[in-house]
Design a protein around this ligand. Structure first.
Ligand code: WT7
Length: 648
């Protein structure tokens, strides 16, 4: 942001030092920054040694053909061995790997020894179905342990998985199966969501009418609902997996062997198949999980509430935690089934110590009320994580106070599907945190903020977030489209990775993420970030959530239009709307005062919880609402329109 007056926009002055006890015993101390800045590659070579290699790598990074990186290229390893077998071999086979909590209340504990047997059986079943190293396997499952087993079984035999979120439509699944050219699909009869069994298999049946190359469909029985079967193609998981041997020798794969493809949710254009490989990915997923959550595998109970269909589920449910031998909770369902305290009931039941969730969930909990978490014993929690969007300072403070008992450090972790693992985040035993800021690139990571001309901005100014050095878990390309990889990420700023996010450096050089650059507004020649106006609104006691857009305006270029959801205690009135406008003006300066504030009951979100501002812009500009196929709830736009008075 070039404008001086906006450099001071977020005047967030609250600071929280790490708890002394946590700092004293932290896995990673401030020395890691110094060590990594002295020799970044030596730092990563050391972190790679956290893994079990069949062949130790001698070369750390090959950047001879940028932007195509190779990490640890002459090393070989097996990811499933690292995530499962080695813990059993080390004598930890009886440790619980997964506490599974089904939405209807069923639960299962799976030890590392049991997980090893199950992954080996599944690997043998994949081989029997004709899947071999290098093949692609699509996974379309609910949040059940078999999703983890399926991914690890693929990794074990060197098949590349492509997990498609279980909420995606048949068309979305079909295009992803086609693009990856998958020959096997692993799905389930259904899963439990919002108190009922939701079918999954029909979407696969429909998708496969367009995917003739798929030879088999492996179907997990979860709900027991009626399920159509295609003779010769479809196979029940329990029929084939259970009769396999629990012995399977994990072969080592090259460090650069393709581990998975994951399609980004992208709001426009053909989905991008982000390709991640083996050794560098696992190194960074494992190290960041160890460092940023301060994981103590013997005593911690970790819970990441993401779905396995998103990268957060890949890196911080499957690969990072299991590589570290963690005990974790996996929950199948929604946070308000059967009641709005379900998450807190789960934290209490399992004694969760580390919780990783998203700002959209935190704002929903705020809206439901402080009294709900207050009914449960959350005293086990010691580290709280946030990911997916900028977290508004008020939501951050609420999370710390009401979930973290005013003492658990919050790690606001910035990263992307493309980065594969965390990139910018506080360290819980080191960083004095600032509500709303992801703060500083992790040791071994190089990030900065540049202006339009690629010049690094000074402290106190804003611009575009870029990554200036390759990192181990970086995407290697877009599946089947190297040119698009170069164009999308490496062409905007010569030699630097363009993340697509706006960001600001504060006076201490700490980074504040400001949302996707497409979401920055231009009002009377000033760049104003939607995130900052939204945070100001959420900072008002009457507001639970907000989404801000820039609508074309004859006088100012763009005018700020805010959509707000009120907290349970507030009611809509012209006076409140005026007060909210004035509140933003006072917080950020008169230039950021919204021209209009519209009170609504819902906001349009993608299935991963990101607000689709494009659709709100359509409303604000009085246009017909555009493509809503990636919305989590397709009725939301009708609901919002019915709540608004006719356009003036
Ligand atoms: C985009 C990536 C990373 C896993 C989940 C999302 C936004 C993510 C933060 C954060 C501010 C964040 C960015 C980023 N984002 N984490 N802590 N603070 N913004 O993965 O779907 O690939 O989305 O999410 O805009 O570019 P994704």
């Amino acid at each position: 942001m070039s404008n001086e007056s906006l450099a001071n926009l977020l005047k967030e002055e609250r600071r929280f030092a790490p708890p002394a006890e946590l700092a004293a015993a932290a896995n990673v101390t401030a020395a890691a920054y110094a060590q990594a800045s002295e020799d970044r590659l030596a730092f990563w070579a050391e972190q790679a040694r956290r893994l079990d290699w069949a062949t130790e790598p001698t070369e750390t990074l090959d950047w001879s053909n940028p932007p195509f990186a190779k990490w640890f290229a002459d090393g070989t390893l097996n990811v499933a061995h690292n995530c499962v077998d080695r813990h059993v071999e080390a004598g930890n086979g009886d440790r619980v790997a997964i506490h599974f909590e089904g939405e209807p209340g069923d639960s299962r504990a799976i030890t590392y020894a049991q997980l090893k047997d199950e992954v080996s059986r599944a690997a043998n079943a994949l081989l029997e179905l004709g899947v071999t190293k290098g093949d692609r396997v699509a996974v379309y499952l609910p949040m059940i342990p078999e999703a983890v087993v399926a991914m690890l079984a693929c990794a074990r035999i060197g098949a590349t998985h492509s997990v498609v979120f279980g909420g995606f439509s048949a068309d979305a699944v079909a295009s992803r199966i086609q693009d990856a050219d998958a020959k096997l699909v692993i799905t389930a009869d259904g899963g439990y969501r919002r108190g009922k069994a939701t079918a999954l298999k029909p979407a696969i049946d429909e998708a496969l009418t367009k995917c003739p190359q798929v030879e088999h469909v492996l179907v997990v029985r979860r709900t027991g609902q009626d399920t159509a079967f295609t003779e010769g193609r479809d196979v029940w998981w329990h029929d084939i997996v259970e009769r396999q041997s629990a012995e399977h020798t994990a072969e080592a794969h090259d460090a650069e062997h393709p581990l998975f493809i994951l399609y980004t949710s992208g709001t426009t254009g053909k989905p991008k198949g982000i390709l991640h490989t083996t050794g560098g990915y696992l190194t960074q997923a494992a190290w960041t999980h160890h460092a940023v959550f301060d994981l103590k595998p013997e005593t911690d109970v970790y819970w990441c509430t993401a779905d396995i269909g998103w990268v957060t589920g890949h890196s911080y449910i499957v690969y990072g935690p299991l590589a570290n031998g963690a005990t974790q909770v996996i929950y199948e369902g929604t946070p308000d089934t059967p009641h709005q305290g379900r998450f807190w009931e789960i934290v209490q039941k399992y004694g969760v110590t580390i919780l990783y969730t998203a700002p959209t969930a935190i704002r929903t909990f705020m809206k439901w009320g402080d009294d709900i978490p207050a009914k449960f014993d959350l005293s086990s929690l010691r580290v709280l994580g946030s990911v997916g969007e900028p977290i508004n300072p008020e939501a951050w403070v609420w999370y710390r106070e009401h979930i973290g008992a005013g003492k658990a450090p919050i790690v606001d972790t910035w990263w992307q599907t493309e980065t594969g693992a965390m990139m910018i985040s506080p360290l819980p035993g080191v960083t004095t945190t600032k509500p709303g800021s992801a703060q500083r690139a992790l040791p071994g990571i190089a990030a900065t903020v540049v202006d339009d001309e690629a010049r690094e901005v000074p402290d106190g100014a804003g611009g575009y977030l870029v990554l200036t050095e390759p990192w181990p878990s970086m995407l290697r390309t877009i599946w089947g489209d190297d040119q698009r990889y170069i164009d999308t990420y490496w062409s905007r700023f010569e030699g630097r990775y363009f993340a697509g996010d706006g960001a600001k450096k504060d006076e201490d050089g700490d980074i504040w993420l400001l949302g996707r650059v497409d979401d920055v507004m231009l009002v009377s020649g000033h760049n104003i970030s939607t995130t900052e106006v939204e945070s100001a609104l959420v900072g008002h006691p009457a507001v639970a959530e907000s989404a801000v857009v820039g609508a074309t305006d004859a006088t100012t270029g763009q005018a700020i239009v805010a959509f707000v959801i009120l907290r349970g205690t507030a009611t809509d009135s012209p006076e409140l709307v005026e007060e909210l406008r004035a509140h933003v003006g006072r917080t950020l300066g008169p230039i950021a005062k919204p021209k209009q504030v519209k009170v609504v009951g819902e906001l349009p979100k993608t299935r991963s919880g990101k607000i689709m501002r494009r659709l709100l812009r359509d409303i604000a500009e009085g246009r017909e609402v555009g493509d809503t196929t990636t919305l989590a709830d397709s009725n939301v736009m009708n609901l919002i329109q019915s709540q608004l008075p006719a356009q003036g």
